[in-house]
Design a protein around this ligand. Structure first.
Ligand code: IMP
Length: 422
């Protein structure tokens, strides 16, 4: 058997956690492959709401192993708080949650520098200030601290003593106080002791599961247009949410991958800086934001909202190789008289249907819309595709044609049961 991947097709917040939670009921293992505590994955199970930042959304199924892969940048404090929250709700984590010893660790200077650098640039990127960019930058610069270093005090001391003087130069340049090496070493050695039962070179566990015909799901965070290579650079995160990132972030080789599920919201949202061609004007945006409760799960920031962007979705399908699509939050559109799908952009007098490389073109792009009648009916109780009103079914079919990939799953509400299979 081969591993499946769930990838965000847009700018994150597509409702991946709900889809992962649904698929995880049939999974032996769920692996998070990139990002960090910048993500906020919300699951509503039996009327209870859970928000996960680091631990895979499969944790609610007692037999599913949950793994934090090497591609994640790991924040010890966020993880330990999440473990506490999960255990306080009666869910066991020991022996079923594992952290890759190869994953990089978010250090105090990463968070400080993320905040300071954002402030200095007038919040240009609008990051979550969780230290994600600075931690991935250190990984690439080969000055990162890995999980394995937390259980080897001498190695950690050597690294911190080498890295910290440069970080302190930067911090003091921006008017912050320098950090003390001994304080950091003491705190992270203590984290190492707490984390020890969870740490492993999980590559072997994951690949043994894939080869042993276990059902393995690789869970992405953020989305394709936030990908550092294929997103709207520089308004992106610092990792690869796309399907290829699932291989480098977990150690499963490309020939170990089977299904690739693209998660798309039935409209679009974006949080943070950067272009968003189909963003709505203020009043209509406020109505959609309210209907969809579109506020960041990690930062609480109001999300920009707009109509479904078919240009972006087609690009996303090419880059990710989706084998199927999970469409979420279509119920949010139920109050609108008409719904719109963007099928092209008008840039400098020309209509284009390829997602442009240059973010400046995206800022200038005027969407070309196809309008469809709304369905004006509550659809949250629908449990099969045929339960949907005709206009809602037509909308799904039209999206499918625009993206060029079959929509296999439609989510019609936040609850676990509010899901239709086609
Ligand atoms: P960072 O990942 O914190 O560095 O933020 C970079 C960009 O990605 C910003 O625009 C963030 O708002 C966005 N971002 C990061 N994580 C998420 C997420 O989980 N959902 C949506 N946007 C995100």
């Amino acid at each position: 058997m081969s591993a499946s991947i769930v990838v965000g097709g847009q700018w994150g917040d597509e409702g991946k956690a709900k889809i992962v939670d649904y698929l995880a009921s049939q999974m032996d293992m769920v692996v998070r492959y990139q990002g960090g505590a910048n993500a906020g994955h919300t699951v509503v199970a039996n009327g209870e709401k859970f928000v996960f930042h680091l631990i895979p959304s499969g944790i609610l199924y007692p037999k599913t192993e949950c793994i934090i892969g090497n591609g994640v940048v790991f924040e010890p404090d966020a993880f330990l708080k999440e473990i506490e929250m999960i255990e306080s709700r009666g869910i066991a984590t020991k022996g079923r949650v594992f952290i890759s010893s190869r994953a990089h660790v978010i250090m105090p200077y990463h968070k400080l520098l993320d905040g300071i650098q954002e402030k200095a640039s007038n919040e240009r990127i609008g990051t979550t200030k969780r230290g994600i960019g600075p931690a991935y930058a250190d990984k690439a610069a080969r000055t990162g601290v890995r999980i394995i270093d937390l259980i080897n005090e001498n190695a950690l001391r050597e690294k911190i003593n080498m890295i910290l003087p440069e970080k302190n130069l930067l911090l003091t340049h921006y008017g912050d106080k320098p950090l003390k090496a001994d304080d950091i070493i003491a705190a992270y050695v203590a984290y190492g002791q707490q984390l020890k039962p969870y740490i492993e070179d999980v590559l072997f566990r994951i690949n043994a599961a894939v080869r042993g015909n276990k059902r393995v799901l690789l869970e992405g965070a953020q989305g394709t247009s936030l990908d550092i290579d294929f997103g709207t650079y520089p308004y992106v995160t610092s990792s690869n949410p796309i399907s290829a990132g699932a291989c480098t972030g977990s150690g499963v080789p490309p020939n170990g991958i089977g299904e690739i599920v693209g998660a798309f919201k039935a409209y679009i949202t974006r949080v943070g800086g950067g272009p968003m061609p189909t963003r709505l004007a203020k009043d209509e945006e406020a109505a959609l934001r309210e209907a969809g409760d579109e506020f960041g799960a990690t930062t609480g920031r109001p999300r920009g909202c707009g109509w479904f962007d078919g240009v972006q979705a087609r690009f996303s399908a090419i880059v990710n190789g989706f084998t199927t699509i999970a469409l979420t939050k279509i119920d949010v559109l139920s109050d609108f008289d008409r719904v719109r799908i963007c099928t092209g952009y008008r840039v400098g007098g020309k209509v284009i249907d390829n997602f442009p490389v240059d973010s400046e073109d995206l800022y200038r792009a005027e969407p070309v819309y196809e309008d469809m009648p709304g369905w004006k009916t509550d659809i949250t109780k629908a449990r099969s595709f045929n339960d949907l009103p005709p206009h809602a079914r037509e909308y799904v079919r039209r999206l499918e044609a625009v993206i060029g990939v079959k929509i296999g799953i439609v989510s019609v509400g936040p609850d676990r049961e509010a899901i239709l299979l086609r």
